[in-house]
Design a protein around this ligand. Structure first.
Ligand code: 13P
Length: 344
C-alpha cells in the first residue's frame, strides 16, 4: 500500500462523527461474553453473533472500522458474503488484532507483557491479502502495590514499537493500544501518573522503531479512578486529567486518538468522550473518538441472547450506542438523547 493510502486509512479511521467497533475478542474472551447470555461458545455461535453486529443497517454512518479476530476475518455472513466484503459495502474498514495475548512477565509478579512479534511480518502480509487495512496490539499495564515496574513499561513499549513498525512495513495502519487497567483501589492521581509514564515510554519506542506517526492511531485508556477506589472522580475531572496527560505525552502528528472503554458502563464511556470533546476539542491537535468493545456491544449482546428472532432488537441497540458515541466524538451528546431513545 502506498504511503499516501496508509495516511488516508488512518484519517478515515477517525473521520468526523465516527469511531471504531472493537469486535476482536479472542475465542477465550468471547466465551465469557456469550456465557453471560447463556450462549454456547461454538464457531457457529461466534459467527452468528458477529454476523448480527456487522449486518446492522446504517452502522457505517457512525462506525469507520471494525477490529476483527483471526477467525472472524475469515468468516462469512449467513448469505455467504465474507465479513470483509459485508463491512466494505457499509463503508466500514476491516482491521485485525495481531497480538497473541498478554502473558506473565518473567520475574515481575502480577505484570504482563504482550506477545505476538514472532512471525508477525508474515501474518501481516496474509492479513493484507485477506483485506485488512489496519491492525491492533494491546499492551496491559497493571497498577498495584509497587507496580507497574519500569521493566513492564519498557517491555510493553518496546513490543508496541516493533509491532507498529512491522505493520507499517506490511501496509497496515497500527492502532497502538497501551491500556492502564482500571482494576484496583488506586486514586485517579495514580492512574494519571502511570498513564503519563506509559505514553512517554511508548512514543519513545515508536520513535526508535522509525514509526511514522501520521500513519498510526493511539488507543489509550482514560484517566479514571481505580474500580475499587472509594472516590470515583466525576466526568469533568476524568476529561480534564485525560486531556492533560495526552497533551503532555502524545505528539501532534498522530492521526487520531480512539479510547477503549475498559470496563466502564456504556453510558459513562459515552459521557466521558463527550465531555472531552465539548471542553477541549479546540485545544488538542487530534480527533478524539472511540474504539469501544464492551461499551458498544453490551446492550446489543443482552438483546440478542443467541436467538434469531432478537436480531432486529439487538441491531437497534448497537446502532443506538454507535450513534450516541458518534455524537460524543463531536461533543454533541446529551443524556436526554438516551431518554428520548428509550421513549421511542
Ligand atoms: P473495551 O472497550 O471493552 O475495553 O475493548 C476495547 C478493546 O479493543 C480492548 O483491547
Amino acid at each position: 500500500m502506498s504511503v499516501q493510502s496508509l495516511e488516508a486509512v488512518a484519517k478515515a479511521m477517525v473521520a468526523p462523527g465516527k469511531g471504531i467497533l472493537a469486535a476482536d475478542e479472542s475465542t477465550g474472551t468471547i466465551e465469557k461474553r456469550l456465557a453471560s447470555v447463556k450462549v454456547e461458545n461454538t464457531e457457529e455461535n461466534r459467527r452468528a453473533y458477529r454476523d448480527m453486529l456487522f449486518s446492522t443497517k446504517g452502522l457505517g454512518q457512525y462506525i469507520s472500522g471494525v477490529i476483527l479476530y483471526d477467525e472472524t476475518l475469515r468468516q462469512k455472513s449467513a448469505g455467504g458474503t465474507p465479513f470483509v466484503d459485508l463491512l466494505a459495502k457499509n463503508g466500514i474498514l476491516p482491521g485485525i488484532k495481531v497480538d497473541t495475548g498478554a502473558k506473565d512477565l518473567a520475574l515481575c509478579p502480577g505484570e504482563k507483557v504482550t506477545e505476538g512479534l514472532d512471525n508477525l511480518a508474515r501474518r501481516c502480509a496474509e492479513y493484507v491479502k485477506l483485506g485488512a487495512k489496519f491492525a491492533k496490539w494491546r499492551a496491559v499495564i497493571t497498577i498495584g502495590e509497587g507496580i507497574p515496574s519500569s521493566t513492564c513499561i519498557a517491555a510493553n513499549a518496546h513490543a508496541l514499537g516493533r509491532y507498529a513498525a512491522i505493520c507499517q512495513a506490511a501496509g497496515l495502519v497500527p492502532i497502538v493500544e497501551p491500556e492502564v487497567l482500571m482494576d484496583g483501589n488506586h486514586a485517579i492521581e495514580r492512574c494519571e501518573e502511570v498513564t503519563e509514564w506509559t505514553l512517554n515510554a511508548v512514543y519513545e519506542a515508536l520513535y526508535l522503531n522509525r514509526v511514522v506517526l501520521e500513519r498510526s492511531v493511539l488507543k489509550p485508556s482514560m484517566v479514571v479512578s481505580g474500580k475499587d477506589c472509594p472516590r470515583q472522580a466525576p466526568v469533568a475531572e476524568v476529561a480534564e486529567r485525560t486531556v492533560r496527560v495526552l497533551k503532555r505525552s502524545v505528539p501532534a502528528a498522530v492521526a487520531g486518538i480512539v479510547f477503549l472503554s475498559g470496563g466502564q458502563s456504556d453510558e459513562l464511556a459515552t459521557e466521558h468522550l463527550d465531555a472531552m470533546n465539548k471542553r477541549y476539542a479546540k485545544e488538542v491537535p487530534w480527533p478524539l473518538s472511540f474504539s469501544y468493545g464492551r461499551a458498544l456491544q453490551q446492550p446489543s449482546l443482552k438483546a440478542w441472547k443467541g436467538t434469531a428472532a432478537n436480531v432486529g432488537a439487538a441491531q437497534a441497540a448497537l446502532l443506538h450506542r454507535a450513534r450516541m458515541n458518534g455524537l460524543a466524538s463531536a461533543g454533541r451528546y446529551s443524556a436526554d438523547l438516551e431518554r428520548q431513545a428509550l421513549a421511542a
